[in-house]
Design a protein around this ligand. Structure first.
Ligand code: NDP
Ligand code: MG
Length: 400
């Protein structure tokens, strides 16, 4: 079997760790080219010792010196690189065949784009890059014969439920293929049953305690506001080239159905499994083959019932904002994504309350932008504006 070289962007995160677990199960097939981290240098060091990558990337020179000293101590030959230049280098190196894009937020945009431009199989966990740069990102994939395999469990499930021909090309007219609707499922997060008037009292610790999935802090808060489902709504429109009115969000608290595709003859295909990201990761890494992910099979004797409800926008205003942004266009999506990164971080730092996240995100979208996005520089400018507006709104709240 030919050895494939993988770069894992965001190796120390929740998706990164799950990816390395799958890689370790298939050591005869996959080798690690590079591992990257932002703040968790000690965790990265342990990963480097375990996987002996050619490169390790950290965000600044101090971290690089610290990591280098630790690596010297174990006579490691892994080379340490720094910052965005390092990330782009390891995402686009010629030997690399697959890049796991698992940096959180728009910090992942440029390295993920570099992987697309270098014709890699892009394993896309970093939904924020697709939300903030949709068309430009997909053009980079197509023009460079890259492959785009969704890691997000919903989109990976939808991918698996689409016709084989679409899967092979990762593009095509889904309407012609008989697809009438894409149904995104979401658990509703930890506050699904909390009285709405108590939401403003919820703490960061309560917001990140997701009932079914174990994930990084940002996406956990996004799940509590359902902004995550909103970002996934936008992600689905781009990935599957469908209009917003062909995407429906359904609350499914048990998280066993990861999403569904409805066909014109009334059939609905669903992908089911444990809420464990190693399943979509293994699927995307080994597609079109299948291989062990380490995830236990579902036990239908113990699952019990599967429930479905409509989302209530009074409880989840962020979901509504994202659907509106998706209909309004790229600029609104980029603004919203940027504002949300800032408001979620501010909530985690207890500078604003839980319900301020949606309120400020809404103010930023309503402000809008005069910039029309036609290049990555435009994306970065709108992203910067969204951050600035959100920061101003946060400051205003703390000064009253
Ligand atoms: P984590 O917070 O657990 O991990 C994020 C990773 O990105 C870490 O390796 C972190 O480094 C790195 N990172 C953070 N900021 C920067 C930066 N400015 N520059 C470079 N690297 C950075 O997040 P998750 O693994 O949960 O999520 C990663 C992505 O995958 C997100 O886009 C999320 O939406 C998506 N996703 C996650 C799912 C999940 O189950 N976790 C499910 C579906 C999608 P360090 O740890 O060293 O600080
Ligand atoms: Mg998801």
């Amino acid at each position: 079997m030919t050895q494939e070289w993988i770069t894992v962007l965001g190796a120390t995160g929740s998706i990164g760790v799950s990816t390395l677990d799958v890689v370790a199960r298939h050591a005869e097939r996959f080798s690690i080219y590079a591992l990257t981290a932002h703040s968790r240098v000690d965790e990265l060091f342990e990963q480097v010792v375990a996987f002996s990558p050619l490169f390790a990337v950290v965000s600044n020179q101090d971290q690089a010196n610290r990591l280098q000293a630790k690596l010297d101590g174990v006579l490691s030959t892994t080379q340490v690189l720094v910052g965005e230049t390092g990330l782009v280098q390891v995402a686009s190196a010629p030997q690399v065949t697959q890049v796991m894009a698992a940096i959180v937020g728009s910090a992942g945009l440029l390295p993920t784009l570099a992987a697309a431009k270098s014709g890699k199989r892009v394993l896309l966990a970093n939904k924020e890059s697709l939300v903030s740069a949709g068309r430009l990102f997909l053009e980079a994939i197509r023009e460079n014969s890259a492959q785009l395999l969704p890691i997000d469990s919903e989109h990976n499930a939808i991918f698996q439920c689409l016709p084989a021909q679409w899967q092979a090309q990762q593009s095509g007219d889904l309407k012609q293929a008989g697809v009438s609707k894409i149904i995104l499922t979401g658990s509703g997060g930890p506050f699904r049953e909390t009285p709405i008037n108590e939401l403003s009292d919820k703490t960061p610790a309560q917001a990140v305690a997701h009932p079914n999935w174990s994930m990084g802090q940002k996406i956990s808060v996004d799940s509590a506001t359902m902004m995550n489902k909103g970002l996934e709504f936008i992600e689905a429109c781009w990935l599957f080239d469908v209009e917003p009115d062909k995407v429906e969000v359904v609350i499914h608290p048990q998280s066993y159905i990861h999403s569904m595709v409805q066909y014109s003859d009334g059939s609905v295909l669903a992908e089911l499994g444990q809420p464990d990201m190693r399943t979509p990761i293994a699927h995307a890494m080994m597609f079109p083959e299948r291989g062990d992910s380490g995830v236990a099979a579902l036990d239908f004797g113990t699952i019990g019932s599967l429930d479905f409800n409509q989302p209530d926008y009074n409880r989840y205003p962020c979901l509504q904002l994202a659907i509106e942004a998706c209909k309004a266009g790229q600029e609104s999506c980029t603004l919203l994504n940027a504002a949300n990164e800032v408001t979620v971080a501010a909530f985690l730092e207890q500078k604003i309350v839980f319900t301020d996240i949606a309120a400020i995100n809404g103010e930023v979208i309503r402000h809008g932008t005069a910039i029309q996005i036609s290049s990555i520089d435009d994306v970065l400018a709108v992203d910067a504006l969204g951050r600035q507006l959100a920061n101003e709104a946060i400051q205003k709240r703390s000064s009253v």
